[in-house]
Design a protein around this ligand. Structure first.
Ligand code: FAD
Ligand code: UDP
Length: 372
């Protein structure tokens, strides 16, 4: 018998693959499609022509405080502990970002202890109340000089917008520290999948109840397939034929380079360029993956308006439009919308997995199980 799937899942990224595995484990027959020729969505990694494992859609560092998410993913991978560190090139120096005690002492030629740094920041910060925009966030914590040196130029490049045009949540991703902690993240779990993300996804999707079809666009098959439920993880505006207009997404162009016979390119995983160059940052993959190789591979990220939808753009007017789509989505009980594009949220990987686990849990509770 060649019955159709119980559940059709559009997208083989973290949202789709997590739902697929949970539902397959619960006994549903799942078909996963993706328009790309590979699994893993934007977390896809592969070996480049020189044999270095690279992330094709920009650097992906896994970090989470959610024990449940970490444990769940640990079913499909071992981990390599890795704490990401980032330096920003400012005034000719490479300085820690998030801004910390070292950053301030080196930038301004000071020798302050933690209490001194706290006093310094208290003096230069420009209190804002309420805090609505990303500019409010940054000025409120570090004042205009540090804002201009570390945030305004980077943000202009990354988003094509001024800090004042972006919701507070964007800059709020980056804390300010008075101590010497130079880790980019402080989450309880910080690690890279030992064999890479694609391998992790291969194991997630390796289940007798899961069928996978790559190079398949939902638009082309939606009229020919009749699942009991659909999980959609693509852009929500596309699903509804842009009936309320396009939701803007920011895209990137990646420029990859391999440097042979040089073990390292830069001192840390990522160097940010807030004020120089057209690219925002350079990431050196081996720092994160721990791969041993005589050469090294890097990627430069050039933000752009056109191209694959990578970042929802957190602005109040976009949220209003998203809420219109969300209301429409809620009137479709046979379709679940989950993930960074379908929920139009600036989600990290762990947040997507958490959202997908919630969605799958709900479906397992409500979808009739007769005949399974
Ligand atoms: P996606 O990975 O985008 O998957 C959606 C899939 O749906 C895609 O494969 C797409 O091809 C498919 N699709 C869309 N429309 C259709 C259609 N019509 N038919 C068929 N298939 C379709 N997160 C972190 O936690 N740490 C990081 O360091 C980090 N770095 C990042 C760096 C960059 C440059 C970017 C862009 C993101 C980064 N993220 C990071 C975020 C992370 O990529 C996302 O949270 C996560 O991958 C989102 O998973 P998803 O399944 O929601 O979406
Ligand atoms: N940001 C900045 N300068 C930096 C790092 C970050 O201005 O050196 C701002 C910028 O607006 C960026 C946001 O903080 O888009 C979030 O940074 P994050 O590194 O989390 O971005 P992502 O890795 O998601 O691209």
């Amino acid at each position: 018998m060649n019955a159709g799937p119980d559940i059709l899942i559009i997208g083989a990224g973290f949202a789709g693959a997590t739902c697929a595995r949970e539902l397959a484990d619960a006994g549903y027959r799942v078909l996963v499609i993706d328009l790309r020729p590979h699994i893993a969505g934007n977390a896809y990694d592969e070996y480049d022509a020189c044999g270095v494992l690279v992330h094709r859609y920009g650097p992906h560092l896994f970090h989470t405080n959610a024990k449940r998410v970490f444990s769940w993913l640990s079913r499909f991978t071992e981990w390599r502990s890795y704490e990401h560190r980032v330096l920003a090139e400012v005034d000719g120096q490479l300085l820690p970002i998030p801004i910390n005690r070292t950053t301030l002492n080196r930038l301004y030629g000071l020798d302050l202890d933690e209490a001194g740094i706290a006093e310094y920041l208290e003096r230069v910060r420009e209190p804002r109340n309420p805090i609505r925009t990303s500019e409010d966030v940054v000025l409120n914590s570090v004042g205009h000089d540090l804002c201009d040196k570390f945030f305004r130029g980077y943000t202009r490049k990354q988003w094509g917008l001024d800090l004042s045009e972006l919701s507070a949540g964007v800059a709020a991703r980056i804390p300010t520290r008075i101590n010497d902690d130079d880790r980019y993240f402080t989450d309880a779990y910080q690690a890279m999948p030992k064999d890479g993300y694609t391998k992790l996804f291969e194991r997630m999707l390796d289940h007798p109840n899961i069928n996978l079809r790559l190079n398949t666009d939902y638009v082309q098959i939606r009229a020919h397939i009749n699942p009991r439920h659909t999980v959609y993880t693509g852009p929500i505006d596309a699903y509804f034929d842009y009936c309320f207009g396009h939701l803007p997404y920011r895209s990137l162009r990646f420029e990859n380079e391999h440097i042979s016979n040089s073990e390292w390119f830069q001192p840390v995983g990522t160097v940010n360029y807030p004020n120089e160059h057209a690219y925002t940052r350079i990431t050196e993959f081996k720092r994160a993956t721990g791969q041993i190789h005589s050469g090294t591979s890097i990627v430069r990220e050039y933000p752009q308006a056109e191209g694959d939808p990578f970042y929802p753009i957190p602005q109040p007017e976009n949220e209003v439009r998203y809420q219109q789509y969300k209301a429409l989505a809620e009137s479709e009980p046979d379709v679940s919308f989950v993930g960074r594009l379908a929920q139009y949220r600036y989600y990290n990987m762990d947040q997507v997995v958490a959202a997908a686990l919630r969605t799958a849990g709900k479906l397992i509770n409500i979808l009739p199980r007769e005949g399974i």
